[in-house]
Structure formats: structure tokens, C-alpha cells
Design a protein around this ligand. Structure first.
Ligand SMILES: *[C@@H]1O[C@H](CO)[C@@H](O)[C@H](O)[C@H]1NC(C)=O
Ligand SMILES: *[C@@H]1O[C@H](CO)[C@@H](O)[C@H](O)[C@H]1NC(C)=O
Ligand SMILES: *[C@@H]1O[C@H](CO)[C@@H](O)[C@H](O)[C@H]1NC(C)=O
Ligand SMILES: *[C@@H]1O[C@H](CO)[C@@H](O)[C@H](O)[C@H]1NC(C)=O
Ligand SMILES: *[C@@H]1O[C@H](CO)[C@@H](O)[C@H](O)[C@H]1NC(C)=O
Ligand SMILES: *[C@@H]1O[C@H](CO)[C@@H](O)[C@H](O)[C@H]1NC(C)=O
Length: 243
């Protein structure tokens, strides 16, 4: 009897896994439990999904809002660019007017264009501004350079032997170490031109480079080394206009 009982008790257990809900009490509870679990899971997932959908919708709306803001900003920037371009055109026109008046001065309703402005010397596609001002107006090398820059030029940089001779001829001899500043000075212990080139021909200036020294051009004597804070006349140079 006992043996048979064991067998009948085990049989429904294995049967339950396969078949649907049965009459016996424990298996019925398991079945409802599973159903409940499924329902809870469904509820859980549906709420989570709903939340995510709501979040995504919110995110989409936020992106749309951001997009609108960016478009507004783009419009704003476009406007600013347009506002900035207008003075540019005006500046260009006033610059062009200045250039025309400087290089093509009016003479009885006629304009004649020159390669250099009035007061500048035209030699080989360059304009030289020889500033032989009164002694009281002489400047240090730095001040002279400032003056040249204000005239949209720089202190004269000499390219070759012939130009050196020409520049030297246009300078005049004054008592001792007086002459015209040019764009040559000592930098990091070597003679350097303002255009960045080194002075390659050491016989162009007899003195060795010494700190705080700049070069002057003296008539018939070539270049000389003097202290940069001395006062001298000066020669500016700029490209000539091609007319
Ligand atoms: C909803 O999105 C925000 C970012 O916008 C994120 O921080 C949050 O964790 C998200 N929530 C859910 C439930 O995904
Ligand atoms: C647009 O530009 C004005 C000034 O021109 C500024 O006050 C405003 O904040 C700008 N708006 C945006 C969205 O950048
Ligand atoms: C103004 O002149 C500069 C060159 O100096 C040029 O690059 C620029 O395009 C000009 N601007 C206008 C608006 O004509
Ligand atoms: C030097 O001056 C002469 C005469 O003014 C001129 O013909 C020559 O082109 C000039 N050369 C240089 C390099 O400036
Ligand atoms: C100038 O000379 C210095 C030192 O002799 C050298 O280091 C430098 O490369 C030279 N610069 C140029 C542009 O030739
Ligand atoms: C260096 O300059 C001197 C004097 O101006 C000149 O006679 C000589 O030919 C020049 N040397 C070189 C290599 O250019």
C-alpha cells in the first residue's frame, strides 16, 4: 500500500508541469501564482515602457525647442554679419578715396596718378620717404619706425649693393655720428634687417654687433652703428604703386 501511495503522489507533480491547472490544491496555487507573476510583469513592463515613451516624447519636444532656438540664433548671427559688412564696404570706399587722393592728386579737375605719394622718392618700384627734418624733430630709432608705420611703410631695408649706394647718396653727412636711421638693428647679437634677413655682408657695417645698437646711413661713408636711443633723421620705404 505504501509503495503505491508514493507512486501516485509523484505522478501528479510531473503531470502538472505539462497540463493546465488541475484540481489538486497546491498545483492550483502555483498556477495562479504564475498568472499573477505574469500580470505583475506585464504591468511593470507597460509602466516602464510608458515612462520611456513619455520621456522620448519629452526629449523630442526639447530637441524641437532647441532647434527653434538655434534657428533664432542663426538669424541673429546672420543679421550681425550683415551689420558688420556694411562698415567694411564704407571703410573700403574711404580707403580707396584716400589712396586716389594720395596717389592721383587733383590738378584743375584732372587727376594724374603717380607711383609714389607727394614727397616720396620713386626708385625701382619702391618709394623712399627721406625725413630730413629739423634737428629738433629728430627721433630715436624706435620713434622713427613708429613714424614710418604711421605712413604705412617701415624704415628702409636695403636689398643689394646698388640700393645701398643709392640710399647712402641720399643721406647727408652731419657732424660725426649723425645720419639717417634705416631698418637695420642688432637683435640677439647679430645685425638683422626689419624683414627678418641677417646682414650677410659684414663689410657693410664696420662695427661688430653690440646690444642696443641700430644702423644709420651716412653720406659717402655707408652704414654706421650707433645707440638706438640717439636721435637722427630717418628714411622710410614702401612698395610703389604700379600705374
Ligand atoms: C528620461 O530622460 C532623462 C534625460 O532627458 C534621463 O535623465 C532620465 O533618466 C530618463 N528617464 C527614464 C525613465 O528613462
Ligand atoms: C540677438 O541679438 C540681440 C542683440 O543684437 C541680443 O540682445 C539677443 O539676446 C540675441 N538673441 C539670441 C537668441 O541670441
Ligand atoms: C575690402 O577690402 C579687402 C581688401 O583690403 C577685401 O578683402 C574685402 O573683401 C573688401 N570688402 C568689401 C566688402 O568689399
Ligand atoms: C639707384 O639709383 C639709380 C639712379 O637714380 C637708378 O637708376 C637705379 O635703378 C637705382 N638702383 C636701386 C637698386 O635702387
Ligand atoms: C641668421 O643668423 C643666425 C645666427 O648666425 C642663424 O641662426 C639664423 O638661421 C640666420 N637667419 C636667417 C634668416 O638666415
Ligand atoms: C660686400 O660689400 C662690399 C662693400 O660694399 C663690396 O665691395 C663687396 O663686393 C660685398 N661682398 C659681397 C660678397 O657681396
Amino acid at each position: 500500500m505504501k509503495v503505491e501511495n508514493k507512486a501516485t503522489q509523484q505522478a501528479p507533480d510531473t503531470n502538472d508541469k505539462k497540463s493546465s491547472c488541475n484540481k489538486s490544491f497546491p498545483s492550483l496555487a502555483t498556477c495562479w501564482g504564475i498568472l499573477l507573476l505574469i500580470m505583475v510583469l506585464r504591468f511593470y513592463f507597460s509602466t516602464v515602457l510608458e515612462k520611456r515613451i513619455a520621456n522620448l516624447t519629452e526629449e523630442t519636444q526639447m530637441l524641437k525647442k532647441k532647434n527653434k532656438e538655434l534657428e533664432k540664433e542663426k538669424k541673429n548671427l546672420t543679421e550681425i554679419i550683415q551689420q558688420m559688412t556694411t562698415p567694411w564696404i564704407e571703410l573700403n570706399v574711404s580707403r580707396a578715396q584716400w589712396s586716389i587722393d594720395a596717389y592721383c592728386p587733383k590738378d584743375k579737375n584732372n587727376r594724374k596718378c603717380n607711383a609714389c605719394q607727394v614727397g616720396w622718392l620713386y626708385v625701382e618700384s619702391s618709394c623712399y620717404g627721406v625725413n630730413d627734418a629739423q634737428r629738433a624733430e629728430w627721433k630715436t630709432w624706435e620713434e622713427a619706425r613708429e613714424d614710418c608705420r604711421g605712413k604705412i611703410s617701415d624704415l628702409a631695408v636695403v636689398i643689394n649693393e646698388e640700393e645701398k649706394k643709392n640710399v647712402s647718396e641720399r643721406s647727408w653727412k652731419y657732424d660725426g655720428n649723425k645720419g639717417y636711421w634705416i631698418g637695420l638693428r642688432v637683435e640677439d647679437g647679430i645685425w638683422k634687417w626689419l624683414d627678418g634677413r641677417n646682414l650677410t655682408n659684414s663689410s657693410w657695417i664696420n662695427q661688430p654687433p653690440s646690444d642696443g645698437h641700430c644702423a644709420i646711413s651716412v653720406q659717402n661713408e655707408g652704414f654706421k652703428s650707433v645707440r638706438c636711443d640717439e636721435k637722427n633723421a630717418w628714411i622710410c620705404k614702401k612698395k610703389a604703386l604700379s600705374v
